[in-house]
Write a protein that binds this ligand. Structure first.
Ligand code: NAP
Length: 291
């Protein structure tokens, strides 16, 4: 998919256009991440953030295509709509019912979802945590949880409990993934937030609770010393969850690694080049710590 000249420097070529759509979007770190990927791999592209009106995403996407846009990331609240607007959808995006990556091939719009593989890469590679045979508690049943459940099942843990405030949404997610769970021989159940009843090797907070100041959504009995506790949020909003994990002897991890790894997957889809995600994650952590 990389059609950029290899004999010219980025400043001498027409830059391929990429962006991230969201509403709100001002907070997004994706332009910084993709610009850094491009610098480190020598790819000639521009990547900006675009605020789409809440009722105007389809038009904004159409304008982007008309301008010659090559690909984009999609964030809240357009992930479901983006999947529906695409001409082709990958199996993992179809299973999630949501997409965070779009790209053009021969005038056709393709949709994919790199959130789940981004989280799995962060947990298994960056944090060095083996998923096979583990007991996992996935908290939340929104777009983020839907994106990560399939890739988590493919790592063949022993069991995944999906716990959500609205348990019917957790059950719907479990039902949609039942065939994959059977294939991978993983026990998959839906429960309420208060019901998990035991401790887990890995807890993933995929709720927006940290954002809304809603506190820790599950009892501390879910944690034991040595558990890994990941919040998909990052920055100050994740701090309460990370402190809670540390107070119970668990290893806390925020969502910054997932953010960089899902971006790395998108960059590779667009450009056919794997960017150095570990380096960019380390640089971004330093940048945010200094801010
Ligand atoms: P979403 O679709 O709006 O879903 C929100 C989820 O949070 C639902 O399960 C909802 O439960 C639950 N929730 C909200 N407030 C709660 C509270 N006070 N207590 C308990 N549960 C609550 O959002 P999303 O797209 O899944 O995003 C979830 C989080 O993941 C966000 O913080 C987002 O920033 C983060 N995220 C991070 C990355 C990354 O790369 N690091 C990528 C994607 C998302 P109900 O179903 O009962 O409403």
């Amino acid at each position: 998919m990389n059609t950029s000249s290899t004999s010219s420097t980025p400043s001498e070529t027409t830059l391929d256009i990429y962006c991230v759509f969201g509403n709100p979007i001002a907070h997004s770190r994706s332009p910084w991440i993709h610009t850094r990927f491009a610098e480190l791999t020598g790819e000639a592209l521009s990547y900006t953030k675009r605020l789409a009106p809440l009722d105007g995403f389809a038009q904004a996407l159409n304008d982007f295509r008309t301008e010659g846009g090559r690909g984009c990331n999609i964030t809240v609240p357009f992930k479901l709509q983006a999947a529906a607007l695409a001409d082709h959808i990958s199996p993992r995006a179809a299973l999630a019912g949501a997409c965070n990556v779009l790209y053009m091939v021969d005038g056709q719009l393709h949709a994919d979802n790199s959130d789940g593989i981004g989280l799995v890469r962060d947990i298994t590679i960056n944090a060095g945590f083996e998923l096979k045979g583990r007991d996992i508690l996935l908290i939340g049943a929104g777009g983020a949880a839907a994106g990560v459940l399939g890739p988590l099942l493919e790592c063949r843990p022993r069991r995944i409990i999906v716990a959500n405030r609205t348990v019917a949404k957790a059950q719907a997610l479990v039902d949609a993934h039942a065939a994959l769970a059977l294939l991978q021989k993983v026990e998959l159940l839906a429960l309420t937030l208060q019901a998990p009843g035991t401790y887990f090797d890995l807890i993933i907070n995929g709720t927006a609770s940290s954002l809304s100041g809603g506190g820790i959504p599950v009892p501390s009995s879910c944690l034991r010393p040595g558990s890994l506790a990941c919040d998909l949020m990052y920055g100050p909003a994740a701090q309460g969850f990370l402190t809670w994990a540390a107070e119970h002897g668990a290893q806390g991890r925020d969502g910054l690694g997932m953010l960089v790894e899902q971006a790395g997957e998108a960059f590779e889809m667009w450009r056919g080049v794997r960017p150095p995600t570990a380096q960019v994650l380390a640089e971004l952590r330093t940048l945010l710590a200094a801010a």
